[in-house]
Structures are given as C-alpha cells and as structure tokens.
Design a protein around this ligand. Structure first.
Ligand code: SF4
Ligand code: SF4
Ligand code: SF4
Length: 353
C-alpha cells in the first residue's frame, strides 16, 4: 500500500493506483472528459489536472500513478484557471450550436463548461476553419465533425470494447481527423453497428440518430433484460409519451454497459410494428391461407394434433425445441411439458445450435 494526502486528508491505496482513482475511491471528484476507465486513459483533455507538492507542473490525475508520500491538491485558483483554459481550447474547435445537438442536456463538455463558467472562447482553433463534415449514411449512427473534441473515447471503445478498430485517428494534411465509418461506404467498413462508440462519446459528435427525437429529461428509463439472445444484457428502455424511443446499455453482470446491434437498435421498433401478430392464425390446408382464431380454438387444435401423434407413434415421435429469445422460465416450462406431457426427453434449445 502507498500513503498519500489528498486535499489535507490521508489515504492508503494499492501500488499502481492513479491519482484519479485514489481520489474517486475516497469520494473526491476530479473532472474528466477524455478518460474512460480501462478503455481510454490517454490524458489528452487535461481537465483532470491537479497540484502535487514539490512538482512545478500540474499533473494529469488520470494517468499519473500515486507515489509514496504524495501531497495532492485537487482544486485551487491555478487548477481552476488551467481547467478553464483547457475548456476554452476545446471550444475553439467546437461548434456551440447546442439546439441542434443530439446530446444537449447530457453533453459532458456542456456540463463542465457550466461548472467552470466558460460560455464562449475568443480562441479560434485550426479545425474550426475546416468545412463541417456530416457522416450520416449509416442507418443508426452519425458523426458531426464540428462537435468532435478528439478525445478518442470512440476510437478506444471500438478497438478495446467492441474489438473492431473501425474508428481511427489519422492525419489529413496538417490536421488529425477522427475517421468514423458512417459515410457512404459504411457497409464496406468493419463496423458491426453496436453503437458502443456513440454511448462513449462525451459530446454530440458521434450520436445515435434515434436520440434526435427526444431529450433526456423527457424520457422515463425502464430497466430490463435484452430479449434477443441468452447473454442477458441489461439495458434501459427509454420511453417518451408511452412509446419506446431508444435503448441504452446499463452495467449488468454479462454486459458491463455494452450492447450489440440487436440490443441497442432492435429492442424497440417491433413493439409498435403494424406487422405484429396479435391473434393466433390457423392455416386452411385447402386454400393455404391463414385465418384468425381464438386462443381456445388454436390451443385445442394443437393439443389434439400432439395427442394424435403420441397415440399413434409414441412420445418419442415428438420433440420440443425452445427459442433462445425466451426467458429461462418459459424454456423451463417447455422442457417440462415435453418430458411430462409428451413423455420424451427430445428437448433442446436453439442457443446450442
Ligand atoms: S458501431 Fe461499434 S463497431 Fe461500429 S464504429 Fe461504433 S463501436 Fe465500432
Ligand atoms: S466522436 Fe466523440 S468520442 Fe469520438 S473523438 Fe469525437 S468527441 Fe471524442
Ligand atoms: S444486446 Fe446483443 S448480446 Fe446482449 S442480450 Fe441482447 S442480443 Fe444478446
């Protein structure tokens, strides 16, 4: 263990702990923007700067490991000034058109500017002179270059969380650009449309298109389990005026905030689809067409057919194959019925295929 002092109080942390982690573990807030724990720890935004006794320079708390006996100050006039300057530099390349931004109200840059009283900047960044680029050909995701602060959270998330490396930071002439795969050739890129990059973006630069239809304070968030496979990812369904408008990952044991394309973008549209079956349908063998039936009629017909097969050929002529989208409870009930009613052990689940 290493001992250190933060804002006049003494703490012990294990070796290798960063100053940021040591502070947050002990309930002390240090602001960050580019930092994402275990994913993006590049120390580029300089919002997390702190003072260390005996050190002339401010240190970035997110990637500086604690050393024995360190005396850290997390807020002073000098630190506040440095953080305001960092924010002004970010704003110098950032279009403050908040009304049209998908992240208005939940933008981390907006919040920090508010916290530090930064409303505008007299500085004009090099990228602010460049033409705005909108990449919006992807069905679910879009990128607005003029809102991007080059924090690289999306780059690291795509590489380390989603395992795709579809987003990169590359040079274009004298400038660095964030190259996202949401333009015309999006289908040829390596993107699997999981949207984890948009979830990681602290501004509205890389956003989910569905997010344009609501503001965070307009939606009710309902925690549930993704219905699309047996992984059991945890998500919030965002509901506005009684309709599900989006899904967001929450920190569940099997997903740790991540979702795949099905959980993030396939969890809600079908709920109100006009193509949903709302009644049982029975096929007329003669005409090959379906007609609506009551549940009683449909279930009686199925029971009669199964009973007939069992009576003629025995229970082993039947099998029950459960859908991996069903809940554990439903799958349990199916195998129970197969074993006890059909009288066979012919039962399985398509998740094992
Ligand atoms: S949607 Fe997923 S795979 Fe595509 S760029 Fe974003 S993180 Fe990478
Ligand atoms: S798109 Fe968002 S996450 Fe990616 S570099 Fe720009 S601001 Fe950061
Ligand atoms: S988000 Fe994807 S991996 Fe997770 S449960 Fe849903 S379908 Fe499965």
């Amino acid at each position: 263990m290493l001992n250190l002092t933060i804002d006049g109080r003494q703490y012990s942390v294990s070796e290798g702990t960063t100053i940021l982690k040591a502070a947050r573990l002990n309930g002390i807030d240090i602001p960050t923007l580019c930092w994402l724990e275990g994913v993006n720890e590049i120390g580029s935004c300089r919002l997390c700067v702190v003072e260390a006794e005996g050190c002339d320079k401010l240190l970035t708390a997110c990637n500086t490991p604690v050393q024995e006996g360190m005396v850290i100050t997390t807020m002073s006039d000098r630190i506040a000034k440095a953080r305001r300057t960092a924010l002004e530099l970010l704003l110098s390349n950032h279009n403050q058109d908040c009304f049209s931004c998908a992240s208005n109200g939940v933008c981390e840059l907006q919040k920090l500017c508010n916290d530090y009283g930064v409303e505008r900047t007299a500085l004009s960044g090099t990228r602010a002179q460049m033409p705005k680029a909108l990449k919006a050909d992807h069905p679910f995701l879009a990128y607005r270059s003029e809102l991007c602060i080059h924090c690289q959270r999306c780059v690291s998330t795509c590489e380390k969380v989603s395992g795709r490396k579809s987003i990169s930071l590359r040079r274009s002439g004298p400038l660095a650009i964030i190259d996202t795969p949401f333009g015309k050739d999006w289908e040829l890129r390596n993107c699997e449309s999981c949207g984890n990059c948009a979830e990681a973006c602290p501004t509205g630069a890389l956003y989910k298109k569905a997010g344009k239809s609501f503001r965070d304070w307009e939606v009710k968030k309902i925690r549930t389990t993704c219905p699309h496979c047996a992984v059991g990812c945890q998500l919030n369904l965002l509901v506005k005026n009684g309709r599900i408008v989006a899904a967001e990952g929450v920190d569940g044991p099997s997903n740790g905030r991540r979702l795949c394309v099905k959980g993030r973008f396939g969890s809600f549209n079908f709920v109100t689809s006009g193509e949903r079956l709302t009644d049982p349908l029975i096929k007329d063998r003669a005409t090959g067409t379906f007609r609506k039936a009551s549940w009683d009629e449909a279930l009686s017909l199925v029971a009669e057919k199964f009973s007939g097969i069992k009576a003629e050929y025995g229970g082993d002529a039947l099998a029950g194959f459960a859908c991996s989208r069903s809940t554990n409870e439903d799958i349990y009930m199916l195998q129970k019925m197969v074993r006890t009613v059909f009288g066979t052990n012919n039962t399985d689940n398509c998740a094992r295929v």
